[in-house]
Write a protein that binds this ligand. Structure first.
Ligand code: ARG
Length: 463
C-alpha cells in the first residue's frame, strides 16, 4: 500500500517481513491516532479537507482506537507498520476518503510525532514511579536513623555512618535522575508534525495549530531536523542508563549485605527465592536481576548511538531500528521502578550485627589519630602511630581497640590515654561529623526533612 503504483512486482513475503515494524510499533497506535486527529482538525480548519469528510474520518479514527484499546483490532501483516494499519483499517471503515488523512503529511513526521507523544507520556509515569522510590527511601531513612553501620571505601570498613545516611545517598542519586528527566522533558516537548517528508508541505497547513492541539510547548525550528532528530531518544536512553547505574549499585549492596558473611539485611520473603537443590538457600534474585537489567539498557543506548552515527539527513530507514531498543528500555525501567519501593520497604536489618560491624575493624582509628593530633602531634605522625598500633593489635589477635584490657593498653600504648576510647563509639564518631551533609544525627535528620519536603512539594498525582 505504501508503495502505490510505482512498482509492478510485489515484495516477496520475506522482504515484506524484513521491512515491517509492525511486531514492535503496535503500541504506538493510541498516540498515532491522537496525532492524526490533530492533523485532521488542522486540515479541516485550513480548508484542506471538507468538514463533513473530516468528521467521518474522525469517527473512524476514534473507532480504530477503541478497537485497539479493547483488543479487537489485530495487526495486519500486509500493512508494514502501525501507521499503514491505521490508514488501512480507516479505509475499511469509511472508504476512499480515508486517503485524505495523509494529505500534507508523511510517515516521517508522523512517526516522529508519535514517538514524542509516547515518550512524554511514559516519562511522566516514570517520574511518578521514581517519586515512590524516593518515598520508600525516606521511610527507610526514618527507620534506620539510629542504626549504625560501617561506611566503606574500597569495600573495606572505613568509618561508622548512620544507615539512614547511606539510604539518603541513593535518594540523592534518584533525585538527580528525577531532575534530569525533568530537564529532558523540556527539550523533548517539541512538535515535529507538519514537516512532511522533510521540507514542509505546499498545502496551507499550520504546524503551530497541531502543536497546540497536541499540547507541545514548542515547534521544531527546522523541518529537516524535525524528521531526522532522535536526540530526545538518545538522551532518554542515556538517562535510563545512568538511572540503571544507580539501581545496580543499590542492588549490589543488597546482594552483598544479605550474604550471611555480611548479615546486615534480611530481604523480604516476597522478594527472595529458594534453590531447586539447596534447601537452606535464600537467594537475592530480585536484587540480582535489578543489577543485571542494567546491561540491556546500556546496550540499547549503544544500539541507538550506533544506528544514528553517520546517518545523512534526513529520514533513513535505519531509524526504524530506534524502537525495539527504546521500548525495551521503557519496559525495563518501568518494571524496575515498580519493584523497587516494595523491595526497599520490606527490608529488615540485623541492627546488633550492624552495630558490631560499625565498631569492628578499627573504624575509629582515624578519630584516635585525630585526638592525638588534637594534642599537638602532627596528623601524619599521629596516623603513623595509630597505624602501627593497629598492626600490633591485629598481630595480637584483637579486632577492636576496646578488646584490649586496660592494663595491656598501658603497656602497648602508654602515649594514648585509655579513657579516650570511651569517646570513640560509632555514635559519638558519627555525631562529631556535623556538617550539613555529614553523618551526625542532627545532619541526617535535616537531610531526611529535606527529602520529605521535596516529596511534599511533589505530590503523587493520580494517573
Ligand atoms: N515504520 C517507520 C519507522 O518506524 C515509519 C516511517 C517510515 N517512513 C519511511 N519513509 N519509510 O521509522
Amino acid at each position: 500500500m505504501a508503495r502505490g503504483e510505482r512498482f509492478q512486482a510485489p515484495l516477496s513475503p520475506q522482504v515484506s517481513s524484513f521491512l515491517s515494524s509492525l511486531s514492535f510499533d503496535w503500541r504506538l497506535l493510541g498516540v498515532d491516532v491522537e496525532g492524526s486527529l490533530a492533523h485532521l482538525a488542522m486540515l479541516a480548519h485550513r480548508g484542506v479537507v471538507a468538514p463533513e469528510v473530516a468528521e467521518k474520518l474522525r469517527h473512524g479514527l476514534l473507532e480504530i482506537r477503541r478497537e485497539w484499546e479493547d483488543g479487537t483490532l489485530k495487526p495486519r501483516p500486509e500493512w508494514e507498520d502501525v501507521h499503514m494499519n491505521v490508514e488501512g483499517r480507516l479505509h475499511e471503515l469509511v472508504g476512499p476518503d480515508a486517503g485524505r488523512l495523509h494529505t500534507a503529511r508523511s510517515r516521517n513526521d508522523q512517526v516522529a510525532v508519535d514517538l514524542h507523544l509516547y515518550m512524554l507520556r511514559e516519562s511522566q509515569k516514570m517520574q511518578q514511579d521514581l517519586r515512590q522510590v524516593l518515598d520508600a527511601l525516606a521511610g527507610l531513612a526514618d527507620r534506620t536513623l539510629d542504626v549504625m553501620m560501617p561506611g566503606f571505601t574500597h569495600l573495606q570498613p572505613a568509618q561508622p555512618v548512620r544507615m539512614a545516611h547511606h539510604w539518603l545517598a541513593y535518594a540523592s542519586m534518584f533525585l538527580r535522575d528525577w531532575d534530569r528527566l525533568d530537564d529532558w522533558h523540556h527539550r523533548a516537548d517539541c512538535s515535529p508534525l507538519g514537516a512532511g517528508a522533510l521540507a514542509g508541505t505546499p498545502y496551507p497547513t499550520d504546524p503551530d495549530e497541531t502543536r497546540v492541539l497536541l499540547g507541545f510547548a514548542r515547534l521544531y525550528q527546522n523541518s529537516l531536523d524535525a524528521v531526522s532528530d532522535r536526540d530526545y531518544l538518545l538522551e532518554f536512553l542515556s538517562w535510563a542508563s545512568i538511572f540503571m547505574v544507580h539501581v545496580s549499585r543499590l542492588a549490589e549492596e543488597l546482594v552483598l549485605w544479605s550474604n550471611p558473611s555480611f548479615g546486615f539485611v534480611v530481604l523480604g520473603d516476597g522478594y527472595s527465592t529458594g534453590s531447586s537443590i539447596m534447601p537452606q538457600k535464600k537467594n537475592p534474585d530480585v536484587a540480582e536481576l535489578l543489577r543485571g537489567k542494567s546491561g540491556r539498557v546500556f546496550g540499547s543506548l549503544v544500539t541507538l548511538l550506533t544506528v544514528m552515527k553517520g546517518l545523512p539527513l534526513t529520514y533513513n530507514s535505519d531509524m526504524q531500528e530506534d524502537k525495539e531498543a527504546l521500548f525495551d528500555t521503557v519496559d525495563t525501567v518501568q518494571a524496575v521502578l515498580g519493584i523497587l519501593p516494595g523491595l526497599l520497604s520490606g527490608l529488615a536489618f540485623d541492627t546488633d550485627r550492624l552495630k558490631a560491624a560499625a565498631a569492628a575493624q578499627y573504624t575509629n582509628a582515624t578519630d584516635l589519630a585525630d585526638r592525638l593530633a588534637g594534642q599537638g602531634v602532627p596528623f601524619r605522625q599521629a596516623h603513623h602511630r595509630v597505624g602501627g598500633l593497629v598492626r600490633d593489635l591485629i598481630d595480637r589477635g584483637y579486632t577492636h581497640f576496646h578488646d584490649v584490657p586496660p592494663d595491656q593498653w598501658e603497656i602497648l600504648a602508654p602515649d594514648i590515654p585509655y579513657t579516650w576510647l570511651e569517646q570513640l563509639s560509632p555514635e559519638k564518631l558519627a555525631d562529631a561529623r556535623a556538617q550539613s551533609f555529614s553523618t551526625a544525627r542532627s545532619s541526617v535528620i535535616r537531610q531526611i526533612r529535606q527529602l520529605k519536603s521535596w516529596l511534599d512539594a511533589h505530590p503523587r498525582s493520580d494517573r
